[in-house]
Design a protein around this ligand. Sequence first.
Ligand SMILES: Nc1ncnc2c1ncn2[C@@H]1O[C@H](COP(=O)(O)OP(=O)(O)O)[C@@H](O)[C@H]1O
Ligand SMILES: [Mg+2]
Length: 338
Amino acid sequence: MGVEVRVEGLTKSFGRQSVWADVSLTLPAGEISVLLGPSGTGKSVFLKTLVGLFRPDRGNIWITGRNLPRLSERDLYEVRKLFGVLFQDGALFGSMNIYDNVAFPLREHTRKSESEVRRIVTEKLEMVGLSGAEGKLPGQISGGMRKRAGLARALVLDPEIILFDEPDSGLDPVRTAYLNQLIIDLNQQTDATFLIVTHDINTARTVPDNIGLLYHGHLAMFGPREMLLSSTEPVVRQFLNAQRFGPIGMAEEKDATELAAEAEAGVELPPLPPIPVQLQPSNGQPRRAERPPGQWCAEHGVIPPPGSFQSPAAPAGAARPRLVALHSDGEESPWQTR
Ligand SMILES: Nc1ncnc2c1ncn2[C@@H]1O[C@H](COP(=O)(O)OP(=O)(O)O)[C@@H](O)[C@H]1O
Ligand SMILES: [Mg+2]
């Protein structure tokens, strides 16, 4: 089972440039969370601060009762073993074949025998669907396969927390769909706590249990997926629905004149699109963190946008997700899907 990560009042700057300030959020144990934000808002810096590669100016990062920014280098080294990280480009060694790349952390951090290493590497390559590619060099395989290899390497030490930095960047939509499914399946198999940095709206809308949005040096919002997808808070609404109207402009923040002009023109925001059903594990077994579609909305008296939680044409025989709807008396009850 993964562990909880509790971030309190985290602030980071480089010299006089503030990256973000006062970020507080909790990654619930075993759940998948996504961190969204325009480029340059410090998403990668956030991941690197979580694993202790950067020290924050202020704030706490609580993991298994230890506060990372307060740890000595030696204790930090121990806590880092809880993490698996998939960096943006896979960060593979170009001159090493896939097998040796994936075996690297085991040879570096453990005293396992080569036969034990072989067993683990084979198992992880199988998990990410890369069996047979052991002998290839990173330059000889596609971008999608390199991401998978990076993922296998992030998995070899059986991490409790897995961080993904834009796993979908540079992938075509079909490969992104496969990777998203792989993430869901891995979460089900490992029960680890996942944090995925992305700016792919479709990934953010369908994969995670929780969504956070970094914007303009602050965490605009963090919470359950249904909470953000039904939110009418202008920044959240604009970003999660990829809309042009709202406070975010080309230069990240629109100036007052532009916003005033939009207001004057009486720009009517399009209605919120339906909340999609969350991706489910391909083997039909639920994830431990999975909740019935509509549960958050029902519990919080939020009426989801019309058409929400209608699953796309499911393959014959596939189990339909159970929906939860809000009755007028506030009672929760199962919804019938068509
Ligand atoms: N090692 C560093 N030293 C100084 N500034 C940095 C360093 N790493 C990142 N930054 C700055 O922090 C800001 C956020 O960068 P980054 O986290 O890479 O953004 P994102 O991943 O959201 O696109 C940028 O302005 C970047 O220039
Ligand atoms: Mg980045």
